[in-house]
Design a binder for this molecule. Structure first.
Ligand code: AMP
Length: 448
């Protein structure tokens, strides 16, 4: 299958070939023809599958086909909603890249930065607007945008928008859009809430699904390194140093944990930066740019902040802590092994996280190989402690405070009989056996 055979116009084919793509990815092959026909889409695909080009290319073509208004201010005719600033910036970049030979105008709006420059761009008129829901509503309130002429609506990472509590904002935005429009909804997971939203929004949608297992099974090598909680940082520094990794994305559960870990890594002589919702947009953009440029070796991120990060050929992802929600594991490791490149995802897992690991293995329908690193063997006498879970979905899953978890707690070490490999440090005798109290702060999803 070639891009030419999908029916795209020459300006788009040129842009795609300049970007270096030789063939469409499966989601592109499936999504582009029905979008060009004007059909609604329910797309089960996550970041890393090429979904952005999958909706952006046909969207640009449809806007061209319906003609560019010549009189007055150009109305927004395509609106793309994304959950995070990073994803919004990423999608907007794709719109510019794929549309570079077309006379269409686009811009992006998201919070955390001054609203005035965004207003000025909007007032000049744009054909395509990429936005996070909250900032879009700010613009609606300030009358800098009119959404009554939107022909195409894209909800990107819809599941994440709902997880982040944007449903009310999304409904407010929907109320401002024309009834007749083309709607493209992309979601990595299909919860009942997503199904409800899609039933309300989509008219006879074409269902497109790119299997999650594509990423987890084929392109990303996954491994678990069992280790005591108090020794994770030491093991991470060891892995980065001994393998001479140049670019590693590391996930923590909390913003506080991300800060602390990046500071500790810096003390270990490893250039690191943290990226999360408490950082200003400028600091986030700078950390990402330095990471992409190879100036920062380790980028420590929370789940929400990492959404939408597109770093070409990111070779290593480390879960310093497993996520509370199993689906987030799939999102995290989807940061590597993107668009055909191979990647490696490793998780440093302590005894407290045994249940989270079981949830993940159930979700991805396979066991992840365990590899105990010599010198970092977990202490079998350490008992599991409950993990401090945050608000929202986590809390529902976590049960009531004080409730005993089903496995892990007081259970025999789950790591017995594991294969050993890697040469560890020789000074491991010094290691501390103290399990530090879990000081993780509440994982405030919305702000992460
Ligand atoms: P996405 O899933 O849209 O975030 O895309 C993931 C990555 O795949 C991005 O780095 C894109 O530039 C890249 N990509 C998208 N389409 C293709 C393609 N047809 N061939 C190779 N890489 C692609």
């Amino acid at each position: 299958m070639s891009f030419e055979s999908l029916g795209l116009r020459t300006e788009l084919l040129r842009a795609v070939s300049e970007k270096g793509y030789s063939a469409p990815t499966p989601i592109q092959t499936q999504a582009i023809p029905p979008i060009l026909e004007g059909r609604d889409i329910m797309g089960g695909a996550q970041t890393g599958t090429g979904k952005t080009a999958g909706f952006t290319l046909p969207l640009l073509q449809r806007l061209m086909s319906s003609g560019i208004p010549t009189k007055g201010r150009r109305p927004v005719r395509a609106l793309v909603l994304t959950p995070t600033r990073e994803l919004a910036a990423q999608v907007s970049e794709s719109v510019v890249t794929y549309g570079k030979h077309l006379p269409l105008r686009s811009t992006v709006v998201y919070g955390g930065v001054s609203i005035n420059p965004q207003k000025q761009k909007l007032i000049k008129g744009v054909d395509i607007l990429v936005a996070t829901p909250g900032r879009l509503l700010d613009h609606v309130g300030q009358r800098s945008v009119d959404l009554s002429k939107v022909d195409i609506l894209v909800l990107d990472e819809a599941d994440r928008m709902l997880d982040m509590g944007f449903i009310r904002d999304i409904r407010k935005v929907l109320a401002l859009l024309p009834r007749h429009k083309q709607t493209l909804l992309f979601s990595a997971t299909f919860s009942n809430e997503i199904k409800k939203l899609s039933n309300e929004l989509l008219k006879s949608p074409v269902l497109i699904e790119v299997a999650q297992q594509d990423i987890t099974a084929e392109l990303v090598t996954q491994v678990i390194h069992p280790v005591d909680k108090s020794r994770k940082r030491e093991l991470l520094s060891y892995l980065v140093g001994s393998n001479n990794w140049k670019q590693v994305l590391v996930f923590t559960r909390t913003k506080h944990g991300a800060n602390r870990l990046s500071q500790q890594l810096i003390k270990d002589g490893i250039l690191a930066a943290a990226i999360h919702g408490n950082k200003s947009q400028g600091a986030r953009t700078r950390a990402l740019a330095e990471f992409k440029a190879g100036k920062v070796r380790v980028l420590v991120a929370t789940d929400i902040a990492a959404r939408g990060l597109d770093i070409n050929q990111l070779p290593h992802v480390v879960n310093f802590e497993l996520p509370n929600i199993a689906e987030d594991y799939v999102h995290r490791i989807g940061r590597t092994g993107r668009a055909g490149n191979e990647g490696e995802a490793m998780s440093l897992v302590c005894v407290d996280e045994h249940n989270l690991l079981k949830d993940i293995e159930r979700l991805i329908k396979r066991d992840i190989p365990k590899d105990v690193i010599e010198g970092y063997e977990p202490d079998p006498s350490i008992k599991a402690e409950p993990i401090n879970k945050g608000r929202g979905r986590q809390q529902q899953k976590a049960g009531r405070p004080g409730q005993k978890r089903s496995g892990g707690d007081n259970a025999a070490s789950p790591w017995s009989n594991q294969r050993q490999s890697f040469k560890g440090r020789s000074n491991n005798q010094n290691r501390s056996r103290n399990q530090s109290q879990n000081r993780t702060r509440r994982n405030t999803q919305r702000a992460a």
